[in-house]
Design a protein around this ligand. Sequence first.
Ligand code: NAP
Length: 290
Amino acid sequence: MKSNLITGHTRLTGLLGSPVAHSISPMMHNMAFKLLNLDYVYMCFDVDTTHLKEVTDAFRIMNVRGFNLTMPDKTKMFELADEVSKAASLIGAVNTVIQENGRLIAYNTDGTGYIKAAADAGYPIDGKRIALLGGGGAATAIAVQSALDKAAAITLINRSGKSFDRAELLSEQLNKETTCHVDLCDINDEVALKQCIEASDILINATPLGMSPNEDSCPIPNASFLHPDLVVSDIIYNPKTTKLMKMAKEAGCPTFNGLYMLLYQGAEAFRLFTGHDMPIAPIKEAWFKS
Ligand code: NAP
């Protein structure tokens, strides 16, 4: 865009979900379009999942460039896309869609977002042994991308139930399709949990435990489960320092939160929309001060 004016050539991108008004994505993308002088705009659309098919069909007709999705649309869109990337297909959910000649091509940038955030913090995951708490959408995306990006080993830590059963299937799939060794741990088996964390380089919390307003909750029982060589990362960003991170800092572990995962999943979507790298430094400065 040569100025702030929307023109007849402006390409539309945006976010679908409900609620979406709180999202930082419009600020991040629109600032990046402006900085790179790209003729795109990013809008939020508060759309109930029941209307997702109608809306995305209309997006095809309108030649919308691409869009992001929040839960619960991430799994529904997986079924509506014409083509799905390898990572998104292993994850079973998508958060970014681009349109090419009327075809909706779906990706999941959450895992890449985490991997880039870890590298940005100084802790690249390749060759590392990861202990991953949680088995929902975010944990699955991180597990899949870490396995594809050559983590040495991942232990999926869950309580028994739906997430544990899903993790079992995911571990079978990743052991078959990647070189990463993936196994399972029951979060309530304290002996196994301690052993698994002892043998790990990075501990990731991808459960909501510790997220505002439940800031007093923590996915591990106490600091004796940690060791100073362990990097402890929480994908929660509100609060910026979770109870787990406070405990880890006291135990001498390096830590980082989920703020830059949010930034880098957006940056990867931006690259898919425009073919350009997002100008990370000014966007960080404006919207992601930690
Ligand atoms: P989700 O799909 O609802 O999954 C949550 C997972 O946490 C499930 O496996 C759930 O297990 C587990 N869990 C919840 N309470 C637990 C407990 N008391 N003990 C053990 N496990 C428990 O959520 P999500 O989308 O993956 O998101 C997880 C967290 O990541 C949220 O806090 C979200 O805000 C954050 N997030 C951050 C980013 C970022 O960019 N930084 C991106 C996505 C998500 P059960 O199935 O047993 O309930």
